[in-house]
Design a protein around this ligand. Sequence first.
Ligand code: AMP
Length: 420
Amino acid sequence: MSTFNAPKGTFDTLPPASAEFLAVRDTLVAPLRRAGYGYIETPTFEDTTVFARGVGESTDVVAKEMYTFTDRGGRSLTLRPELTAGLMRAFIEHRMYAGALPVKLWSVGSVFRYERPQAGRYRHFTQVDVEALGVDDPALDAEMVALATQGYRDLGLTGFELLLTSLGDETCRPQYRELLVAFLERLDLDADTRARAALNPLRVLDDKRPEVQAQLADAPLMVDHLSDSTRAHYDAVRQHLTDLGVTWTEAPRLVRGLDYYTKTTFEFVHDGLGAQSAIGGGGRYDGLSAALGGPDLSGIGYAVGVDRTLLAIRAEGLDVVTSAGMQAFVVPLGAAAKSFAVRLVGQLRAAGISADTVYGDRGLKGAMKAADRSGATHAVVVGDRDLAEGVAQLRDLRTHEQVAVPLGELLDRVRATVGS
Ligand code: AMP
């Protein structure tokens, strides 16, 4: 019989490396919890329309990358290609806007995009997602950027850069768009690029091909055409960021993958990752709630790619501090000792100590090897003869020192020893 591989563009995260994944995820999330963000969990799939409207029909994500299927009831559903649209759907459905604003939310989970797989680009990956909904305050934009920065710093990362710009809003973007369209019409562009320009001309600014970039040197830029209100907003964001000790690079050509961004837009890139250098990004999306049938409320958010952040950590050669592993390992020798070991492991775990034992018939040598491999600092070695004498051997696996401990004191002694 043939065996199976994980689907193309996906990968399995196995122990012990998976402990690093969890540690990165939790470190990215910790600043959010400290800043009053509440956890939200939404389904992994939504009505396809949620993404078509909430991400934007003109985006690559919606046009080419969605995993869409019809369920047995004839509904068109899509595996989420990002988390924001689903969170916004829940925010509207549960009328969360009727309470105190802003509503601050975070989530983490799997996202799915049918992309061409390469290093750092997968079809299934994990994002930490953060949203602050219902208030348009530049201080909130700065908070978002600062929280993302804090997560990277807490992981020890230094090789990242924050790219920042403003994409304007309805007070200036339509006029700017006309200027840009007029400019693009005069260029020598292929049919595909023209089609892209017709859907969203800003996208062309982000074209990586040198022959296109060469023609864009004099392109009009949004930041030079901001209205008074969006300029004041952007100035305030930058002042708050300075006050918060966050540094950035102005990136007037930054265009992000999703259609709904307005005003502040940002992306974090890392210099150790090659082509897929974005480790996170986000921005303000003042039209999204209305686009999904909700009230006309503003919002800002960002998503961090957990997998790519882990790649950045490896690229910098950093160690991820994972939570303490196994503490105690129980090695029984003999039938009576086996039942004792099963009971002791249960008691140790109930007392909050991470403990394990051997399963199957391993013999002393195999069992001691398993104890070493578990990473435990201490082993409790107990034979039928020890039991008859009312003791067990408590062994320090690092120094190999061993003492006999009366069974009645064993639990307390292990607790005191592994805790030290
Ligand atoms: P986006 O939702 O496209 O702004 O992506 C947010 C973050 O998710 C990016 O900065 C990446 O870190 C990560 N990301 C996006 N697409 C992929 C992918 N195909 N594979 C792995 N990580 C990704």
